[in-house]
Design a protein around this ligand. Structure first.
Ligand code: THU
Length: 136
């Protein structure tokens, strides 16, 4: 989903997406809101599966949806959970995000009102990049 109301408040967009999470196995609901450099915001949520490895994270859901809408550059990710402490994206999501936005601002918020901020390059200082493929 992408609209101007979400662009006004990516945190609210991430929290709204969290409520759509399908997490019957972990009961750990995650929402993500990814802001493209044109200001539009695209959301995702985790979608689990009875075949556990087939489940997907909220961040990569948002990234896939955003790329499908034609976005390739991003400046902000907000991750929303109900956890006690704000949670950063997992390693696989860090790698996926670094492909498009190595300097992405990453904000984690909780329903309890806590917040943490990072820069993706600090969370994943040595990503495998498109340039890495040429070093063969
Ligand atoms: N999860 C995410 O959606 N994003 C993360 O960065 C970490 C974990 C999901 C995957 C799984 O559905 C649940 O949270 C518990 O790991």
């Amino acid at each position: 989903m992408t609209d101007s109301r979400q662009a006004d408040d990516p945190g609210a967009a991430a929290l709204a997406a969290m409520h759509h999470a399908y997490a019957p196995y972990s009961h750990f609901r995650v929402g993500a809101a990814l802001r493209a450099i044109d200001g539009s915001v695209v959301t995702g949520c985790n979608v689990e599966n009875a075949s556990f490895p087939a489940g997907t994270c909220a961040e990569r859901g948002a990234l896939a949806a955003a790329v499908a809408r034609g976005h390739r550059a991003f400046d902000l990710l907000v991750v929303a959970t109900e956890a006690t402490d704000p949670t950063p994206p997992c390693g696989m999501c860090r790698q996926a995000l670094a492909e498009f936005a190595p300097s992405l601002q990453v904000v984690a918020i909780t329903t309890g009102g806590r917040r943490a901020d990072w820069v993706l390059s600090d969370l994943l200082p040595q990503p495998f990049t498109p340039a890495s493929l040429s070093h063969t």
